[in-house]
Design a protein around this ligand. Structure first.
Ligand SMILES: Cc1cc2nc3c(=O)[nH]c(=O)nc-3n(C[C@H](O)[C@H](O)[C@H](O)COP(=O)(O)OP(=O)(O)OC[C@H]3O[C@@H](n4cnc5c(N)ncnc54)[C@H](O)[C@@H]3O)c2cc1C
Length: 369
């Protein structure tokens, strides 16, 4: 009997790795601390939502209801409106549904336990590290932790009572290396937040300004009872130069999702890249040797990131964001968005920023069985 591969972290990246490894006949044991409502905007592309529904039987309520258009607001008061591009999911619900469904599949064993480095008896020679932005990741990846770039983000959740829900709105401010959002699900539950390469000193001030803008513009009365916590999303512009695995205490830890800083370099959307990395990790498993080929994994990651979240457009745009002072940034983005918005939307739909090529695609050279 083959020894199961251990996966630490049973959320997006870890569960995806479990699903795809198990499909290739590799037994896995997943350890998750606890199901939780991870602070997250919860925006996933419609394509990915369909994928979760069709492949895994996940019930994503929003897809069967009205999908809101997206409004992009710029500080010069211009707005570009597009068709619905994404739906909002609850992270708690998604994690719970995925765990419930995967638990029933053969080769997958999911246990609730917080792993520490002392639990070496539970780790396999190659262990999948899908622990996101956490103390455990920090202990394993050591110095790599300090070489990362992080997006800072905070969000507040509430419920609209009488007023009509605002749909999905994103707010761009030329002096902010990031964006604000107001996302709403079909039950009038909303979350509002701000995120990007923002300095810690100004993030609360920018968040307050966003709330004031929204209240003034739409006559809402959003008042967070207290300041939300700041969260970090690891972002790497050139992931293919960084290692995908880390040796610690004689174990080869293979990273997936946020551990590798896969979130989108501009919008910091990390759910789909995390799922994608689990898929590619599964694709790199060789049943003959019962090992994950990390050279192949790195190669597939590079190829897929370049097709999706690291397209030349994204690289140029994210480098521009990193320039401290860029005149007319706001006007320029509005102008480009307005001029090319049909092309941009088509591009997002074909190769979502959010971003995976779900089922294999001739350009990725992969075809899933
Ligand atoms: C405020 C905010 C808003 C965001 N908005 C969006 C958005 O709208 N759309 C989007 O696509 N992305 C968004 N993101 C990014 C997204 O949340 C992450 O990129 C994504 O969750 C990464 O998935 P992951 O599986 O790699 O890590 P995680 O989702 O962090 O999962 C790691 C799991 O590991 C478990 N774990 C950690 N340590 C241990 C341990 N020692 N033992 C056992 N289990 C452990 C944790 O409990 C957790 O469940 C947002 C992030 C933030 C902070």
């Amino acid at each position: 009997m083959r020894q199961p591969i251990t996966i630490i972290g049973g959320n997006i990246a870890g569960l995806s790795a479990a699903y795809y490894l198990a499909r290739k006949g590799c037994p896995v044991t997943v350890y998750e601390n606890k199901i939780w409502d991870k602070p997250c905007g919860g925006a996933i592309s419609i394509e990915y939502a369909h994928y979760l529904i069709n492949k895994l039987g996940v019930d994503i309520n929003a897809v069967n209801q009205f999908i809101h258009p997206v409004h992009f607001h710029f500080t010069n008061h211009h707005t570009v409106e597009t068709d619905g591009l994404f739906v909002i999911i609850s992270r708690y619900d998604l994690q719970q549904q995925l765990i419930n469904r995967l638990q029933k599949k053969s080769n997958i064993n999911i246990r609730f336990k917080r792993i520490t480095l002392k639990n070496d008896d539970l780790l396999s020679g190659q262990t999948v590290l899908a622990t996101g932005f956490s103390g455990f990741t920090r202990q394993v990846i050591g110095n790599q932790w300090h070489e990362r770039e992080y997006a800072l983000t905070l969000k507040y959740t509430g419920h609209f009572q009488a007023l009509p829900p605002p749909g999905q709105r994103m707010f761009f401010d030329s002096r902010l290396k990031g964006y604000g959002w107001l996302f709403c699900d079909n039950n009038s539950q909303f979350n509002i937040g701000i995120g990007g390469l923002i300095e810690k000193e100004i993030i609360f001030q920018k968040f307050e300004k966003l709330i004031k803008t929204v209240n003034d513009k739409f006559h809402y009365d959003i008042r967070p009872a207290r300041s939300p916590n700041i969260w970090k999303i690891p972002i790497m512009l050139n992931n293919w130069k960084a290692p995908v695995s880390f040796d610690k205490n004689g174990i080869e830890f293979i990273g997936a999702g946020d551990v590798l800083g896969l979130a989108h370099p501009i919008i910091a959307a990390g759910i789909e890249p995390a799922w994608q990395s689990g898929w590619l990790l599964g694709e790199s498993y060789d049943p003959a040797t019962h090992t994950i080929n990390t050279t192949q994994y790195r190669h597939l990651l590079k190829k897929n990131l370049q097709l999706t979240s690291r397209k030349p457009f994204d690289i140029i745009a994210s480098n521009m964001l990193r320039i401290n002072y860029f005149p007319f940034k706001d006007q320029l983005s509005y102008f480009l968005m307005k001029l090319f918005h049909k092309k941009i939307i088509k591009q997002i739909k074909n190769y979502p920023w959010f971003a995976m090529v779900h089922d294999g695609n001739k350009k990725t050279g992969l075809k899933l069985s």
